[in-house]
Design a protein around this ligand. Sequence first.
Ligand SMILES: [Zn+2]
Length: 499
Amino acid sequence: MAVITLRNSQKPKILSWVLIYWRILLFITLTNKRRRDKMATIIQKGTLVTASETLRADLKIDNGKISMISDQIKEENEDIIIDATNKYVFPGLIDPHTHLGIEGTLDDFESGTKAAASGGVTTVINFTDPNNSQTFLEDLAEWREKAKSSIIDYGFHSIINKCNSAVLEEIYKLPDEGVTSIKLFMAYKENMVNDEELYLLMKAAKQAGVVTNIHAENGRVIDQLIDEALNNNNTDPINHACTRPPGLEAEAVARALRIAEVTEAPTYIVHISSEEAMEEFIRAKERGVQAFGETCPQYLVLNENYLKKDAKEAVKYICSPPLRTLKDQKILWNNINSEMISTIGSDHASHPYLNGKENGIDNFTKAPNGLPGIESTLLLLYHYGVYEGRITLPKLVEITSRNPASIFGLHPRKGCLKVGSDGDVVIFDPSKSTVISKETQKQGTEYNIYEGMELQGSIDYVLSRGEIIVKENEVVGTSGRGKYLFRNKFNEFSDEGGQ
Ligand SMILES: [Zn+2]
């Protein structure tokens, strides 16, 4: 700190002194900035967890990238030091399935990515929402604009809800815009594509180096079941599950993957929820279909009994596919370990309770589908997965970071702890615990579907490209610091495996 004392009686020269003083201040400010830019962050004495191993090591981040991993890294004066003794150091999570910024929901990209960051997520791949008055490339441009307030890095999957020659042309152009995945729906009238369209779109996606995400439920039969339920006055929330039986999820998985087999398109089935769907998925994988399976924390942790609660409470849990049985839960966990389920997506959709979910109390079809949960994935998977002995620590990293990065063209920039990768890191304290509550959550909803759960583990720090964005439950990253990610085409990366 420089201190300049102006000595009395030199009034005529006061102006030049002020000028000198101002120049010194400017010099100090610029030097400090240069120093800050050069400053590295060193995470010391932590247990690094990768998709293949756990190791005790220090990790250094320089200019936003991991620059060194070693037994002991020497600190220099200016470095920021984080002591991670007895803590785990995970790569930041990649949530490949989010619906931030959807009209009528409570989380835009700022609040939604703040919530995500507080839960250890450092990258989201969000879905666009088709606006039928514009092209899919125009949709994408609009969504990129919306996402500029993000505090973490982000990319998009383009939802495609129709098929014609102009649309097929557009699919070839998506990779130039950084989008290397599309999503097709086999349910929901407004977005559903038929089998011919599935075939044509998947074929184009394959040729364009684009992964096809599929919402697999037989929407046409489900719509019949819904009509029958309403005609019979079966309107309670549990009827949401009754009208979307697992067999109709399984049928759509089987059909989608048979078409994938013919087109050889890499195909990613989102939110697998049931044993029946899993069976069809496994059958296709065993035939050699290039299929990837995703499930969500809600299918691993919650079950259909939540839909049998009092209607006022049960409506909060309406999502598609619906919550299933305890047996389905067990099968999903087993299939994480047998490598059939590759990734976990939150499927975050922050529908409000007031003027939203509550509309379904007397008629389940009036409740918007989807659950909020972007900030709970790591805590839930650590507690119910690692702490309760269902999965190992490396498996946790594999399904939440490593695999989504590989499948969606972000590896090795994201999803691993490697020299040269982005400094996206979570420092996790397994000795503390966290109680989930709407009072402390960061997401915008008036409720939390995991309310009151006491989970082992706590998130101490989250770093995005080396910058601390979460510190002891406080989100300190600023809106707009997140970057748009241009993702590689499918399989266009040098996969060295391991970490
Ligand atoms: Zn979704």
